[in-house]
Write a protein of this length. Structure first.
Length: 256
């Protein structure tokens, strides 16, 4: 959510202009509020236990503190209240969405994800799993230094005329913000496995429809468009959005 201004009152007299403006807190300030309450909660517990230690030491010396019981009770109650508030406040960054796992929801989770901003969840009964909605890249390459898999990770495919080729490709994708809950249920944090499996299978299927000369020249653009369409449909069905499918390089076998 972007900060915005709202004019609450405007008074215009000759020579005098008075305007009162309300400014919505920025995302950074909201995040600082959640973090600050967490720090205060931790400090409250430290103070409460430090005072408890002091009371025990004074009792051991037969020098009890006056009204120490009431003070201890107040400190622990305050610490518990602040901790409860801290556990209920959740800040979601603009590049994230949050899935709420709930002990009180009928399905064990909230059906709507949390958008960017400061949110309240039920303390100790709900928790939030965050998912990035920014663009991610999965690369499969013959170069060992590229991509998440060490060594040659290029895609081996065979053309319609039997020629074996090796394809380097990159898939740029993101989680659909409207389908974050679906991604969590189906894949959790393993959705990159889906991207890899679909990318490799689709390359093999599409390449098998073209001859080797078509792959490298006359119908390469048509083949890339077909790859993108097929990949987009597969990802969309699983809660992901295809940003781009990049056919980076094609290497031929020694027999070609």
């Amino acid at each position: 959510m972007q900060p915005f201004d709202k004019t609450l009152v405007g008074l215009h007299q000759p020579g005098i202009i008075l305007t009162i403006t309300l400014v919505e807190p920025s995302e950074e300030k909201k995040m600082n509020i959640a973090s600050l309450i967490g720090i205060i909660a931790a400090a409250a517990w430290v103070i409460a236990f430090a005072f408890l230690g002091l009371v025990i030491v004074r009792l051991g010396r037969n020098r009890p503190l006056p009204r120490s019981g009431v003070t201890l009770a107040v400190l622990f109650v305050v610490a518990a209240v602040i901790s409860t508030v801290s556990s209920g406040l959740v800040f979601i960054s603009p590049q994230e969405r949050g899935v709420v796992i709930s002990a009180v929801a009928p399905r064990g989770y909230r059906e709507q994800s949390l958008n960017a901003g400061l949110h309240w969840i039920i303390p100790f009964a709900e928790s939030v799993i965050r998912y990035p909605i920014s663009s991610q890249t999965y690369t499969m390459s013959i170069a060992s230094s590229e991509g998440p898999v060490a060594g040659d990770d290029s895609i081996t495919a065979r053309t319609s005329d039997g020629q074996e080729i090796f394809v380097d490709a990159s898939v740029i994708y993101s989680i659909d913000p409207a389908k974050v809950v679906q991604v969590h249920i189906q894949w959790q944090d393993r959705y990159a496995e889906l991207v890899r499996a679909q990318a490799r299978g689709i390359v093999r299927d599409v390449v098998s429809q073209y001859g080797v000369e078509e792959v490298v020249s006359s119908k390469r653009l048509e083949m890339v468009a077909q790859l993108q369409d097929a990949m987009s449909a597969k990802l969309e069905a699983n809660g992901l959005l295809l940003q781009d499918y990049i056919l980076r390089n094609i290497t031929f076998s020694a027999e070609y």
